[in-house]
Write a protein that binds this ligand. Structure first.
Ligand SMILES: NC(=O)C1=CN([C@@H]2O[C@H](COP(=O)(O)OP(=O)(O)OC[C@H]3O[C@@H](n4cnc5c(N)ncnc54)[C@H](OP(=O)(O)O)[C@@H]3O)[C@@H](O)[C@H]2O)C=CC1
Ligand SMILES: O=C(O)C1=N[C@H](C(=O)O)C[C@H](O)C1
Length: 272
C-alpha cells in the first residue's frame, strides 16, 4: 500500500454495497480502508471489516462512532439510507472531507441538506456510479433531443432485486433527468410515475416510469423511445456490484483535491 493512499471510511459496512466497497478498496492502489461504520446497536459493531467482506481479517474493527472516524480520514463512501446520508453529509462537512453518496431515494428536502453540507465537504452524488450507466445517460439525452415529443414517447423501465426499498430507482430517475434535459423540459412537471385503472391515452411529451422487483437482479435499466412503427431501446445490465464500488472509489480519488461543492459522476468521468 502506498504511503499516500487515500484514507477512506465505508459507512453501512455490512450492507450489500458496504461489503463490495471494502473489497474494491482492498483491490485499488491509492485507496486504503481507514474505518468501517455501522449504526449503534448493530450486531456487526466490533467485527473485523475484512472478515465481513470475505477478505479475511484486515485489522479494521467496525465502529458506531462515525465522527471519530471522519475527522481522521479523507473520505467517506456512503451507500446507506436517506436519513443516514443526510447525517453523514453534516459530519463530512464538519470534518471537511470527501463524501461520496450512492444512496438513492433521497427526498427534495434531503437533497437540500446535502447541498448545504457541500459548502464545506466535497460531495459526489449519483444514482449510479458505473461508467456504463453514465454513458447511457449521455446517449439518452442525445436520443431525446433528436426524437421529439410530437412523434416519440419516452418510457424508462427498471428491474431490481426483491430487497430494494425505493422506486423508481436512482438510475431510472437519472435517465429520466437526462431525457428531460434532451427535451429541454422539467422532469418533475412531465413524469408519470404510476399508472393504474382507466388512465386515458398517453399524454404527449410525458416521460413514463415502470418498476419491476424480484429475485437477485442487481440492476436492469432500459430507456424506450417509441415512435409510429419503430422503437429505439437503450439499455444497461449490471451483472456485478463491483461496477458501482469501483466508480465510488474513483469518485473519492477524483474529489480529493477538489474545492468543496456538489459534484456528479458526469464530472468525475468527464462526461458532463
Ligand atoms: N449509486 C449507486 O451506484 C448505487 C446505489 N445503491 C444504493 O445504495 C443504498 C444501499 O444499498 P444496499 O447496499 O443494497 O443496501 P443494504 O440494506 O444492503 O445496506 C445498507 C447498509 O447501511 C446501513 N445503515 C443504514 N443506516 C445507517 C446508519 N445510520 N449508520 C450506519 N449504517 C447504516 C444498514 O444497516 P441496517 O441494516 O442496520 O439498517 C446496512 O448495513 C441504496 O439506497 C441503494 O439504492 C446501491 C447500488 C449502487
Ligand atoms: O438498490 C440497488 O441495488 C441499486 N440501486 C441504485 C439505483 O437505485 O438505481 C443503483 C443500482 O441500480 C443498484
Amino acid at each position: 500500500m502506498s504511503g499516500n493512499a487515500m484514507k477512506l471510511v465505508v459507512v453501512g459496512a455490512a450492507g450489500r454495497m458496504g461489503q463490495t466497497l471494502i473489497r474494491a478498496i482492498n483491490a485499488i492502489e491509492g485507496a486504503e480502508l481507514f474505518a468501517a461504520v455501522e449504526r449503534e446497536g448493530s450486531p456487526f459493531v466490533g467485527r473485523d471489516a475484512g472478515e465481513l467482506a470475505g477478505l479475511g481479517p484486515i485489522g479494521v474493527a467496525v465502529t458506531d462512532k462515525p465522527l471519530e472516524a471522519f475527522v481522521a480520514a479523507e473520505g467517506v463512501l456512503d451507500f446507506t439510507a436517506p436519513a443516514a446520508t443526510v447525517e453523514f453529509a453534516g459530519l463530512a462537512a464538519q470534518a471537511r472531507i470527501v463524501h461520496v453518496v450512492g444512496t438513492t431515494g433521497c427526498s427534495a428536502v434531503d437533497d437540500e441538506k446535502i447541498k448545504a453540507a457541500a459548502r464545506h465537504a466535497r460531495i459526489v452524488k449519483s444514482g449510479n456510479m458505473s461508467l456504463g450507466v453514465n454513458l447511457l445517460g449521455v446517449l439518452t439525452e442525445t436520443a431525446a433531443r433528436a426524437l421529439g415529443p410530437e412523434n416519440w414517447d419516452i418510457e424508462v423501465l427498471e428491474m431490481h432485486h426483491r430487497h430494494k426499498v425505493d422506486a423508481p430507482s436512482g438510475t431510472a430517475l437519472l435517465l429520466g433527468q437526462a431525457a428531460a434535459r434532451g427535451r429541454g423540459i422539467s422532469l418533475a412537471e412531465h413524469s408519470v410515475r404510476v399508472r393504474d385503472g382507466h388512465t386515458g391515452p398517453r399524454a404527449a411529451g410525458t416521460i413514463g416510469f415502470a418498476t419491476l422487483r424480484g429475485g437477485s437482479v442487481i440492476g436492469e435499466h432500459s430507456v424506450l423511445l417509441a415512435g409510429e412503427g419503430e422503437m429505439v431501446t437503450l439499455s444497461h445490465s449490471a451483472t456485478d456490484r463491483s461496477i458501482f464500488a469501483r466508480g465510488a472509489v474513483q469518485a473519492a480519488l477524483w474529489a480529493r483535491d477538489r474545492k468543496p461543492g456538489l459534484y456528479s459522476m458526469l464530472d468525475v468521468l468527464g462526461l458532463g
